[in-house]
Design a protein around this ligand. Structure first.
Ligand SMILES: [Zn+2]
Length: 162
């Protein structure tokens, strides 16, 4: 492994190496590969494979390049584009995150069999108490009055008002 690292170091000496754009291209080539696999039976698979090959070659070309100025310029343009994209999609991304959080919270509630079918803020439907035995955070349904709670981790029982 050390030998490999040394070899890699020597190989990359004087070369441009990796940057944000190269990480993006690496992810992009994986995405294209997955798309190609998914669409295997149809003609788009070939398009995805060709695109993937282009992206990988482009990425390798940049990594082994000696033209630092040009590569840095490309990376800068990419970062500007990425930041612009993130800025313009901020509202959409916030909505998607909210929807996703609600979606996963609903799923968790259903799995626990508690308050199944109800929607909304999970904080309103649960109380969280620290277990006196082990300190674990124990979540119980809210508005149930005085109830006996058993810690799922250490089985300590304690009574709390919810
Ligand atoms: Zn406990």
């Amino acid at each position: 492994m050390r030998k490999f690292n040394k070899w890699l170091q020597q190989l990359m000496t004087g070369k441009y190496g990796t940057d944000e754009l190269s990480s993006f291209l690496a992810v992009l080539s994986i995405v294209l590969f997955v798309l190609a696999v998914i669409s295997m039976r149809f003609s788009p698979a070939l398009v995805f494979l060709v695109l993937m090959t282009i992206v990988i070659i482009w990425n390798l070309y940049r990594m082994f390049s000696h033209d630092y100025a040009r590569r840095q310029g490309e990376n800068l343009r990419f970062l500007r584009m990425r930041d612009g994209f993130l800025y313009h999609t901020e509202d959409i991304r916030r909505d998607v995150r909210k929807w996703w959080n609600g979606f996963t919270a609903g799923f968790k509630n259903k799995k626990m069999g508690k308050n199944a079918g109800t929607k909304g803020d999970p904080n309103l439907k649960y109380c969280i108490f620290p277990c006196p035995g082990c300190g674990a955070q124990v979540r119980v349904p809210a508005n149930k009055g005085r109830i006996q709670i058993r810690c799922p981790k250490c089985r300590t029982e304690f009574i709390r008002n919810t």
